[in-house]
Design a protein around this ligand. Structure first.
Ligand SMILES: *Cc1c(COP(=O)(O)O)cnc(C)c1O
Length: 401
């Protein structure tokens, strides 16, 4: 008989298999046991036919990966510790010294910082293209271009590009394209089938998400995903992912698995409230421009309508306002400070509404012609009552004077 300390570690009890409940089980592991040495030598993690090490996958991470593939219409998925890590993984897997990557000028700012810092440091060049002018993308593709990033809608300024035209340009040039699909969340449009019903399918090569945003939905998890459909491309990404030692915690995967069943309901509610508030802002005299792709006057409304106008015409819960030029940064800062329900904070996709002033002149190569001059503020609309949020905006606008 073993001693108690040993028995408590090597306990013989096996619960009956087949437990079923609304949420899948959570498996935490670094070490994974093999039944014998032969199995240890034979088990393969690359095709998910077995378990070999915590970093290579557990039932919890495999389950989340499969559900995210279903959400996006992809075939393979990798989980990484953040949305930014998803962007970094794609860059590191596909680019080498001497290559060039093209990035839309309105891209998520840390993705630009990654290109300007690490990628440049490793001899990988980058160029920014005008997301609203497909001809500019076509002109910037060179023999060195190995990857084109796309983002719809753009971060902060929310211009919606002609994604189909951009993907066609990449296809014609035989350059891989990766989409940051955080805004669309797999709901607004299908990145691997941009024109449903048309064959062959028009598709991006890779779609990444910040699961941090809508899929987790709580403002309490950081995670990203890299989804693809081509097996060879996936293996290139997966080997890089493994060599870099990227993985996610089971409890974080659990949090995203918990968020997924309510994703479309939440997304729709965020969208409905954001649209109502964006319309309200459009009536106000304080704003020179309201940026929301579902507003007919907003940059990229037509491509948004073409791609997302089906079903309920999904548009996420984000919009930005540009204050009339008479308002100073200090006045706009006072407006942000005066908001009660809106909290000042980065990120989005959680229940709490957020506000953030941005200094656009520091984020763009030049001030885009389609944007009015003035101080810009982005709102992320949470799940509070839209009427309460509207009252909050109204009372905070008094702080401008
Ligand atoms: C938030 C965000 C990211 C990065 O996600 P993190 O999990 O915060 O690293 C990437 N792209 C877009 C468009 C985002 O909004």
């Amino acid at each position: 008989m073993a001693e108690l300390t040993t028995t408590l570690i090597h306990h013989p009890y096996q619960p009956p298999a087949g437990f079923a409940a609304p949420q899948p089980g959570v498996f935490k592991a670094s070490t994974v046991f093999f039944p014998n040495v032969a199995a240890m030598r034979q088990f393969e993690w690359k095709d998910k036919s077995a378990y070999t090490y915590g970093l290579h996958g557990t039932p919890t991470t495999y389950t989340l990966e499969e559900r995210l593939c279903t959400l996006e219409g992809g075939v393979q998925c990798l989980l990484v510790p953040s949305g930014l890590a998803a962007i970094a993984t794609v860059n590191l897997a596909l680019l080498k010294s001497g290559d060039e990557v093209l990035i839309p000028d309105n891209a998520y700012a840390p993705a630009k910082a990654l290109a300007e810092g690490e990628l440049a440091h490793w001899g990988i060049a980058h160029r920014y293209f005008d997301p609203m002018n497909p001809a500019d993308l076509a002109a910037k593709i060179s023999p060195y271009t190995q990857l084109v990033w796309l983002e719809a809608a753009g971060s902060v300024t929310l211009e919606f590009p002609d994604l189909c035209a951009q993907v066609r340009i990449c296809r014609a040039a035989k350059v891989l394209c990766a989409l940051d699909n955080t805004w669309g969340a797999g709901l607004a449009f299908k990145p691997f089938d941009l024109q449903p019903g048309q064959l062959p399918a028009l598709a991006v090569d890779i779609s990444i998400h910040a699961l941090t945003k809508y899929p987790s939905g709580g403002g309490d998890v950081l995670m990203g995903s890299v989804i693809s459909t081509d097996e060879r491309l996936h293996m290139q990404l997966k080997l890089c992912h493994m060599r870099l030692g990227l993985g996610v915690a089971a409890s974080d995967a659990e949090a995203v698995l918990r968020g997924l069943p309510s994703l479309s309901l939440r997304y729709r509610q965020h969208d409905e409230s954001a649209r109502a508030l964006a319309h309200w802002c459009q009536q106000r005299v304080e704003f020179a421009q309201v940026l929301h792709p579902a507003l007919p006057q907003s940059p990229g409304h037509a491509p948004w309508q073409a791609l997302c106008g089906h079903a309920f015409g999904a548009a996420a819960g984000l919009f930005s306002v540009i204050f009339k030029p008479g308002y100073s940064q200090a006045q706009v800062d006072a407006f942000c400070n005066a908001l009660q329900w809106f909290r000042i904070g980065y990120s989005w996709g959680g229940p709490v509404s957020l506000v953030m002033p941005y200094q656009l002149e520091t984020m763009r190569s030049s001030w885009p012609a389609h944007l009015q001059r003035g101080v810009l503020v982005r709102f992320s609309i949470g799940l509070e009552s839209a009427a309460d949020l509207q009252q909050d905006l109204q009372q905070a606008l008094q702080a401008l004077t």
